[in-house]
Design a protein around this ligand. Structure first.
Ligand code: GCV
Length: 688
């Protein structure tokens, strides 16, 4: 475990800063040495002891901390009363393998859990909550926590070999991969170890380690690179993180020399069984595979006239003897669509492919579904597929990396978006919510929640220092989908920056609304895209309009938006149950912010706000830009209270955000003015 003691050598410790260390005199851990996380918990306490000199100065804090598994509580000198209080704090449903309780009596504090993993999560909870707990000095304090979602996964989109178009990390905006270099796993995994600690500190318990677009080099992770994969898994395991691997559906052809990957062929099943056997002999606790099949030119079962239940079950059956699971992505649509073909609607695709297969998937298949039917837009409808699958395990897929939300050059705190998605009522009439489904509260089979990572080898991990908040918030909301995104943001800020409370309040205030600011200056009313093709950064109103990708806005001189109604459009609204289907079908009841996602309306259509669509477009684009100017002003007023690296980083990124927001405003406003001929009611500058 020597590596554990060198955490964050030379890298930004993010929210695990020494400033968050709890002031203590004594800290002890009591956990069975056979527990896989025993050494990690002990190493964490060593870090605290190293920092204790400075912390001793705080007289009123906790002075003694004990981390202890419940079965060992009686064998520690904790005292009968405190031990009784700990047992009483355990909820009736128990703590499971990951839950923990925190019980404080005056200067003594106990974190107790069923196993080392719970102790680790309890410990990180304490680090994050140091300030609030210190504020309860002298008072009795009891809390119990258990994660809502059993699987809280992050997907790396890292390539082993730098891809000619997508680079080292697909949709990565924070430098290169720190897992791979020059087609190999890096020799020194200390940065991976730091990352594992960051992930564990917010409760992430699963990581897939390579891009879902599995190219030639990465396909060989299953064979030539297995020992290196095992080294990664060793590091992740120390932090309670299960390793998953993205695999190519065509691996039997690419690696095995077969002439087919037909899921119904015995020799294909045999090849997978043998391949999986080899992988598990290297990594006995591998979580399983993540698969992108028949999606954006990746191979899949369609080639053989088979369906996705055949394909997913093929892999699931190979994984079953080893306890593995296949996360099978539902991002399946026609990316070679003819824009002239108005009968095809990309938004329909995932539901149309997967709902008819519900009930045919093995129970170690999880269908991984993006939150929206298009692609991680700042505003789109919530996917109807998640609610519709009753007999199949489902995982919600989110995107932490800011592909469509400013690419870590814009401040865009995503917590409020995820809260909205998790809270979305899939029936419109009393649930279940997406969060209920992801957490299993809906009583349906579940696969938890997954999100695409936003880190790279930039010194601050995320390119934009403030984008660290998104990684933090994902973990916190996966643990507790009902947590308030503003409170999570405040928790992140407090743990990250050693600045006074007023500065923290101002920072979180300016970040908290940044998602809606971004929405205002980009594509209007849920219509989506309008981004520069391929890079997906900056405006290009017609960039995808005549392309094969299926993401159109259909603006003409009279109106804009995509008709997805049953009455006159693609019929997508019927994929929702009632009363949601009718609510979306009728422009009068469709929520304004999704109007152009569901309807093609005239520019003169009057929104609930009383404004016309065209005036709304102008207003939001002027407002959005003004809000970015305001962000710049507000940040400038507090910038000098932050460390130099943060100051420089945020200054530089905000300047770019403002430039880009102006470009969005002017291109979108000019485009719609030229299309509609309707002037801005307030006579502001619209370039002609
Ligand atoms: C990994 C979008 C992105 C792709 C990504 C894909 C996916 O289309 O632009 O880079 O590929 O989603 O989620 O598979």
């Amino acid at each position: 475990m020597s590596g554990v003691r060198s955490f964050f050598a030379g890298t930004d410790p993010c929210w695990l800063t020494p400033a968050t260390k709890q002031p203590v005199l004594r800290a002890e851990v009591s956990v069975d040495s056979a527990d896989p996380l025993a050494d990690t918990v002990r190493a964490e306490l060593d870090l605290l002891r190293q920092a204790a000199g400075a912390a001793d100065a705080a007289p009123d804090g906790v002075r003694e901390i004990l981390l202890c598994t419940l079965d060992r509580l009686g064998r520690t000198p904790v005292g009968r009363d405190l031990a009784d209080a700990v047992h009483a704090a355990v909820p009736r449903a128990g703590l499971g393998a990951e839950g923990f309780v925190v019980v404080r009596r005056g200067e003594r504090l106990v974190i107790a859990a069923g196993a080392g993993r719970g102790l680790l999560y309890g410990w990180y909870h304490l680090l994050r909550q140091a300030a609030p707990l210190a504020a309860t000095t002298g008072a009795d304090h009891t809390e119990a926590h258990r994660p809502a979602c059993a699987v809280r996964m992050v997907n790396q989109w890292d390539n082993m070999a730098v891809h000619p178009v997508m680079g080292s990390v697909e949709r990565g905006y924070a430098g290169r991969s720190f897992f791979y270099r020059d087609g190999r796993v890096v020799a020194d995994l200390s940065r991976v170890r730091d990352y594992a600690r960051l992930l564990a500190s917010v409760g992430i318990n699963a990581l897939s380690v390579n891009n879902v677009n599995v190219h030639a080099t990465e396909t060989r992770l299953l064979t030539d690179h297995l020992p290196d994969l095992a080294r990664i898994a060793d590091v992740l395991r120390e932090h309670g993180i299960t390793t998953y691997l993205s695999v190519s559906y065509a691996a039997p052809i690419e690696l095995g020399g077969l002439d087919t990957a037909d899921p119904r062929e015995q020799r294909v099943a045999r090849w997978w069984a043998e391949a999986v056997e080899r992988v598990y002999s290297a990594i006995p606790d591998l979580g399983g595979f993540v698969v992108k099949a028949d999606s954006e030119n990746r191979p899949g079962p369609f080639t053989y006239g088979a369906d996705h239940a055949d394909g997913a079950n093929l892999l699931a059956r190979a994984l079953r003897p080893h306890g593995g699971t296949v996360y099978w992505r539902c991002f399946v649509y026609d990316c070679h669509q003819d824009w002239r073909d108005r009968s095809t609607d990309r938004a329909r695709a995932a539901y149309d492919h997967f709902v008819p297969l519900d009930g045919r998937f093995d129970d170690n298949v999880v269908l991984q579904v993006k939150y929206g039917p298009l692609d991680f837009q700042v505003r789109e409808a919530v996917s109807p597929l998640i609610g519709a699958l009753r007999h199949t395990r489902v995982a919600l897929e989110l995107q932490i990396t800011q592909e469509y939300t400013g690419q870590q050059r814009h401040i865009c705190y995503l917590g409020p978006l995820w809260t909205e998605i998790l809270g979305f009522d899939t029936t419109g009439a009393g649930g279940p919510t997406i969060g209920d489904i992801a957490s299993g509260r809906a009583g349906r089979p579940t696969g938890g929640v997954v999100a695409v990572s936003n880190v790279g080898d930039d010194a601050n991990w995320t390119g934009h220092k403030l984008a660290q908040a998104n990684l933090f918030a994902y973990g916190r909301l996966a643990w507790d989908p009902l947590a308030s995104p503003d409170e999570v943001l405040a928790e992140w800020a407090r743990a990250t920056f050693a600045v006074d409370a007023a500065t923290l309040a101002e920072l979180t205030a300016l970040m908290s609304g940044s998602l809606r600011t971004y929405e205002k200056y980009t594509a209007p009313l849920g219509v989506g895209f309008m981004v520069t093709p391929h890079t997906h950064y900056g405006p290009s109103v017609n960039g995808y309009e005549y392309s094969p990708w299926g993401t159109y806005h259909f603006a003409d001189r009279d109106g804009v938006g995509v008709d997805r109604t049953v009455a006159s459009g693609s019929g997508y609204t019927a994929q929702y149950p009632e009363p949601l289907a009718s609510r979306y079908e009728d422009p009068a009841s469709c929520p304004d912010e999704l109007l152009l996602f569901f309807h093609h309306v005239p520019y003169s259509h009057v929104l609930r706000s009383g404004r016309t669509v065209i005036q709304h477009i102008y207003d939001t684009h002027f407002d959005g830009c003004d809000e970015v100017e305001d962000l710049v002003r507000r940040w400038s007023a507090i910038a000098d209270r932050f460390d130099a690296a943060t100051r420089r980083n945020v200054d530089e990124r905000l300047a770019e955000q403002l430039r880009c927001a102006r470009e969005w405003r002017d291109q979108v406003n000019t485009y719609f003015f030229r299309m509609s001929g309707v002037p801005d009611a307030e006579g502001r500058t619209i370039h002609r």
